[in-house]
Design a protein around this ligand. Structure first.
Ligand SMILES: NC(=O)C1=CN([C@@H]2O[C@H](COP(=O)(O)OP(=O)(O)OC[C@H]3O[C@@H](n4cnc5c(N)ncnc54)[C@H](OP(=O)(O)O)[C@@H]3O)[C@@H](O)[C@H]2O)C=CC1
Ligand SMILES: CC(=O)N[C@@H](CCC(=O)OP(=O)(O)O)C(=O)O
Length: 348
């Protein structure tokens, strides 16, 4: 059989580097080409010495359509706003693409323009794109030419809430989510908020009631969860490198007990490799999933208020980005779903 050829666009960013690391130990042994818009000709190990010696093909290449046409699958790890123009020529050439950016996640181009404040991609490809929430869209992912990999926060939030919404256990109009992320969620480029002096020893709230992931989650709640949700969503920056903790609050619907919540989550995910459902009131920490593709979920009922707290943790660079993208490639190509994905978190 011909060797599997994979390209990574935006290879020098955090998600690109993580994908390269995972692909280098994938059992299908793909030939991986690293494309860079800024550092072609350099070796990726100059900037990322942890990758030294893991592959003989670590030179960054200039992106060219001729070269990329040979690829079986291309991962695009460029920032949102770039893949709008970058990807259509690849797609028109028949290449299968997994895009980690937000550009193709929203079906409604007006919503994209409102929340991302950038022109939307062509309607044809918005329509074709399959939302890559692996556990929910397997059948469409298998056939897809373009996968819009979910955002990091939406992955943690949706995996915890979708079973409860689908089964009508919580009031969809009562939802409030409070989410916290490590700094790698903001990518490799430095900004004022990610400067050590600003981030260290400090917690900050940002993009208040304006986060671009709000319409992505509400779209999925409607399409997958069959619930019209309008959710309050707050995001916070935590002085750590990896991890997301999402805490969701919702009113329980009449007659719903904690036993029903547990059984629903448990049954929903009992055959899923990467979702671990914990008993009620289990404390969760981001470091229990760090370095893995797991999403851990638990919940707690406040008997006084009748409100349910559901919470989940993921590694934003794995389950929230590169890990989920590789899971989607495995589904797309018919490989074992866990291939190339580290199963055991690293601790401490
Ligand atoms: N970090 C995270 O936890 C998550 C990130 N995402 C999304 O995944 C994508 C990648 O994220 P992340 O790795 O953190 O981002 P980074 O900022 O770390 O890296 C993005 C890379 O994209 C490339 N790039 C920048 N501008 C352009 C351009 N104009 N044309 C082509 N390539 C360009 C650069 O690589 P080069 O110079 O080598 O081309 C850059 O290193 C983003 O869209 C992000 O929103 C999604 C979920 C989680
Ligand atoms: C900590 C941090 O800054 N996180 C980023 C997540 C970026 C991301 O995943 O954005 P896309 O939707 O463009 O893929 C944020 O909150 O915007």
């Amino acid at each position: 059989m011909a060797e599997l050829e994979i390209g990574i666009i935006g290879a020098t960013g955090f998600s690109g580097v993580e994908l390269y690391r995972l692909l280098c130990s994938h059992p299908e042994k793909p030939a991986v080409t690293l494309f860079s818009s800024s550092r072609d000709g350099q070796d990726i190990t100059e900037e990322y010495p942890h990758l030294k010696g893991i592959s003989t093909n670590s030179t960054l290449k200039k992106l060219s359509l001729e070269h990329i046409k040979r690829m079986d699958v291309v991962f695009s790890c460029a920032p949102s706003g770039v893949s709008r123009e970058l990807l259509p020529p690849l797609l028109e050439a028949g290449i299968r693409v997994i895009d980690l950016a937000g550009d193709y996640r929203l079906k409604d181009s007006a919503l994209y323009e409102k929340w991302y404040k950038k022109p939307a991609p062509p309607e044809r490809w918005l329509h074709e794109a399959v939302y890559g929430l692996s556990e929910y869209n397997r059948e469409s992912i298998k056939q897809a030419q373009l996968i819009a990999n979910p955002g990091c926060y939406p992955t943690a939030v949706q995996l915890a809430l979708l079973p409860l919404l689908k089964n009508n256990l919580i009031d969809p109009l009562s939802l409030i989510t409070d989410a916290k992320s490590g700094l790698s969620g903001a990518g490799a480029s430095l900004s004022k908020s990610s400067h050590y002096a600003n981030a260290n020893e400090s917690l900050s709230i940002y993009k208040m009631n304006a986060h671009q992931h709000i319409p992505e989650m509400e779209q999925s709640f409607a399409q997958i969860g069959k619930s019209e949700v309008i959710m309050t969503f707050s995001t916070h920056l935590v002085p750590m490198t990896r991890g997301i903790l999402a805490t969701m609050y919702a009113d329980l619907l009449p007659g719903v007990t904690t036993e029903i919540i547990y059984e629903t989550l448990q049954q929903h995910y009992e055959n899923e490799h990467f979702i671990r459902v914990h008993q009620e009131n289990t404390p969760l920490s981001t470091n229990q999933v760090s370095g893995s593709n797991y999403c851990d979920i638990s919940y707690s009922l406040d008997e006084r208020t009748g409100r349910l707290t559901v919470y989940s943790v993921i590694d934003n660079l794995l389950k929230g980005a590169a890990g989920q993208a590789l899971h989607n490639m495995n589904i797309m190509m018919g490989f074992n779903e866990t291939s190339g994905l580290p199963l055991i978190p690293q601790f401490p």
